[in-house]
Design a binder for this molecule. Sequence first.
Ligand code: NAD
Length: 390
Amino acid sequence: MKRKLRMGMVGGGKDAFIGAVHRIAAFMDGKIELVCGAFSIDPEISRQSAEELFVAPDRLYANYEEMIAKEAQLPEGERMDFLTIVTPNFLHFGPAKLALENGFDVVVEKPMTVTLDEAKELKAIVEKTGRTLCLTHTYSGYPMVKQAKAMVKDGHFGKIRKIVVEYPQGWLSRLSEREGNAGAAWRADPKKSGLSLVMGDIGTHAAHLAEYVSGLKITELCADLSTLVEGRLLDDDGSVLLRFDNGAKGVLMASQISAGEENAVRIRIYGEKGGVEWANEDPNNLIIKMLDQPRQLYRTGNAYTAPYTLSSFATHNTRIPAGHPEGLLEAFANIYRNFAATTSAKREGRTPSPEELDFPSVDDGVRGMAFVQNVVTSNASNEKWTKFDV
Ligand code: NAD
């Protein structure tokens, strides 16, 4: 591409949490610019946000419907190339569908939708239009997560037998939704959040990480969901037993009442010969534990020699020399960079490389919504073990 990709945003105004992270990530490589938006449910906040972000007044729109309709009428050299959707969950499907149908690519937050049917509909639209949808499962953007995936794929650990993935947070240990926390309020509202609070909000990250790193698919699950804070309308804690398509067994824990925890995402995968461990709060480290050997510590950005060479997927997603920490913003930026490279390649008629194609897609979004649906079904059933229907 001889120019920057032009991004529009729905949500992500001054009143939002993750919108600013998206902008930092999108701009990190200098290949994307923000040209338009409908940034907030509050028109004045949306206007102020546009002003602070230097979005031209005539590219600030009252809502996403107006934005998509008007952008679609602009000449090719001006209109946005893709729409980033960073609104509460129930406002993902509408803008994503409309954007795709009007010729725009989409970056959308997880969970992709609030129902599995909506997710499947988005997949059908992506297939029909040939557009690209990128889902921001942040943790899959880290270089050491990609290294873990590559080592599992190479058979370093032998056949995978056990996957333990956990995402404890403590920020919903109180009834924050009744204490003026807007982010907690919509998350705890079944109409805006979806079937499950904890599984939609963070369980989908954990399930994606388990399938992404292991390369396996969940085939059956057995779930126990709880609402441990009195007065809350949705669940805030969940434990799930997993069975994978190669016979491996797994455990997934997602909890928002783990008081004192921040974002303690952690995954451990064990095969016949050894295992691997990665944790979000120490993301430049990858711990390798082989049977009958001392532990090894792989670190982001090192030029290790064979047989310890870091994979092309890890190095492609590393920006600075070893010893300088890379974190969530860089992982997020990796997702944007790969998405931008893929959509640019498509525009140029070039086939994207496997490294460029390595970002979560509409298929991951469908599996995420199937995960939530199946967990809720299992939790409500007496038989408990539930086939992973998609
Ligand atoms: P938030 O409540 O902080 O912000 C939501 C934003 O959407 C606000 O600016 C709000 O005004 C705006 N909005 C609401 N309705 C709108 C409408 N009709 N038109 C335009 N704007 C509207 O929420 P958040 O924490 O930023 O979460 C947003 C999404 O991002 C959620 O789906 C959440 O699950 C996801 N998220 C993902 C990660 C991650 O790690 N990938 C982290 C946090 C949040």
